[in-house]
Design a protein around this ligand. Sequence first.
Ligand SMILES: [Zn+2]
Length: 307
Amino acid sequence: MNLNDLIALGQGPRSVLIQWLQRRDLLANPLNCAPCNQGMELIERNDTHVDGFQWRCGGCSKKRSLRTNTFFAEFSKVSLSTLILAIFYFTQDDPQQRITRALEINASLVSKIVTRLQDVCSIDIMSRPFIPFGSPGTAVKCDESKFNHKAKYHRGRRAARDAWVFGIVSLEQSPAKGYFQVVDRRDAATLLPIIQRCLLPGTEVHTDDWAAYTRLAALPNVAAHQVVVHAHNFVDPRTSVHTQEAESAWSQLKLGRNRRKGIRREDLQSYLDEKMWRQWRGGSYDNVTDNFLAILPLQYQTATPVD
Ligand SMILES: [Zn+2]
């Protein structure tokens, strides 16, 4: 899927765009009327209306929005073509400023759309979790990293608590994939249950020499615990390559954070969820938009009949 195709789709006849969305289960096909137990028909409406079409039941004559039971109903004043382009730019990881300029809609609306699309990522990794991962013979690297809260809106006041992110990065794949969670504390009582929950039995775990990891080897799912001290990496080329992968996963996270000029602590987990979704489900830049459009209908009941 590429940008020019989507722009052409948006500029073409609305019926073609609607059929394109219906083929992807992004619009009902058709919307069903519950009392009449039959499919409704698409009828044209006032040409100045944002959709140009709506549903009408041939039995009871009731009318419903084209967007009933879909993601698009949440942004009812924004055209379908604009929303599809917003999804394209979001999935291509474009910054919000750039999306705002490209779509010529206001920045706060773009922010609302992006927040909603991040929620879709969060829901997807919760309802179809990629954890636990690892397996016998594979290794992961655990790290904690401080994501400093930038006091964007509270100049002069002390920044809120630092946000610590705990991460478990699989060392078997390149680019690296991992699990990342905002944590209030970095103690064993916080970190070890996360490790146990995220790993399949038999996984080897690499960490630094932070005290919270002392009893890591006692976890049922952990096959071995290796303390990797940076200064010693050159001794073991295999470990060194792995460490680079893990570090690159963290620098990707921080790069995105910097590009957004800081992320409020309460928004940080959503940001991490989006990144995890990209790592595990997004695929290549060529496929990421299709992959996102494929999960979107899973979160809406377009087939649910309306009363
Ligand atoms: Zn009806």
